[in-house]
Design a protein around this ligand. Structure first.
Ligand SMILES: [Ca+2]
Length: 262
């Protein structure tokens, strides 16, 4: 399936108007809805840890974004050390919003905020962006259940594939063909970056839970992806491997023991 690339910059709400609403100021106060969310989460955490086994390893965890904010995010303490020409991004995710998952993952580099982005914004379907060009992914992830999601991309002809729960749901080409993914950028979980590592927009924030995110600098085979999704094997990414020491949490994002393959 081939879709028409489009620029991501269009249609974003004007930033000045957004700032004038004063959301940033409210973000640091004791907003009642924030307090509710925190209390709810403490409750869930207590009941969850009581019924779950202790994690076997430091990679058996999930991170939780309870609400749409412009200040909750995870930062991956890794970057690309050199250009890459193909990739596979896989993660387990569970959507928590009534509409639009938001942005589970974004990678920005100097001069290109949308170097590599996974976003489901507003009423749009999930999109994969490479160098600010987007394709629509034929995925359905908004049923509030855990799903395994993988996207692959290669600079050669800009070929891409999208997998949900180990099954290929779509593929295409000409997504930023012959573009190298640039090094030295910032990986952010849960927010879309309008500049290197920042300028988050609450309307594009991820709401839900993420676990076992891995990024490889090559295209995994359909068989490998099926094995990951069906928990037949556990490969770890050479660019990003999901371990507690690699994911830095900000703004109240919480971490819980979790093994998607329990
Ligand atoms: Ca944005």
């Amino acid at each position: 399936m081939t879709t028409t690339p489009m620029a991501m910059g269009r249609g974003h709400p004007p930033r000045m108007a957004y700032h004038s609403q004063g959301h940033r100021a409210a973000a640091h106060g004791l907003h009642p809805s924030k307090l509710d969310a925190v209390l709810n989460h403490l409750h869930h955490r207590n009941s969850d840890t009581g019924s779950r086994k202790k994690p076997k390893s430091p990679d058996a965890f999930q991170i939780d974004f309870p609400m749409r904010t412009n200040y909750m995010y995870g930062r991956v303490k890794r970057t690309l050390l050199h250009e890459i020409f193909s990739l596979t991004l896989c993660l387990w995710l569970k959507g928590g919003a009534s509409s639009g998952l938001g942005t589970p993952f974004s990678y920005s580099v100097s001069g290109q905020a949308n170097e590599l982005v996974l976003i489901e914004w507003g009423n749009n379907p999930m999109e994969l962006l490479v160098n600010d060009k987007a394709v629509t992914l034929p995925l359905s992830l908004t049923d509030g259940k855990w799903h395994h999601l993988c996207v692959t991309w290669s600079t050669r002809d800009g070929v891409w594939e999208a997998y949900q729960d180990g099954v290929k749901r779509g593929s295409g080409e000409n997504l930023s063909a012959w573009h190298p993914i640039k090094p030295g950028g910032v990986f952010i979980l849960g927010q879309e970056q309008d500049t290197l590592g920042g300028r988050f927009d609450a309307t594009q924030a991820f709401v839900g839970e993420i676990s076992d995110l891995q990024l490889w600098s090559h295209v995994l085979t359909a068989h490998e992806i099926y094995n990951l999704a069906s928990c037949g094997s556990h490969l770890t990414g050479d660019v990003i491997a999901w371990t507690e020491s690699v994911v830095e949490l900000h703004g109240g994002v919480t971490k819980y023991p979790f093994d998607p393959c329990h």
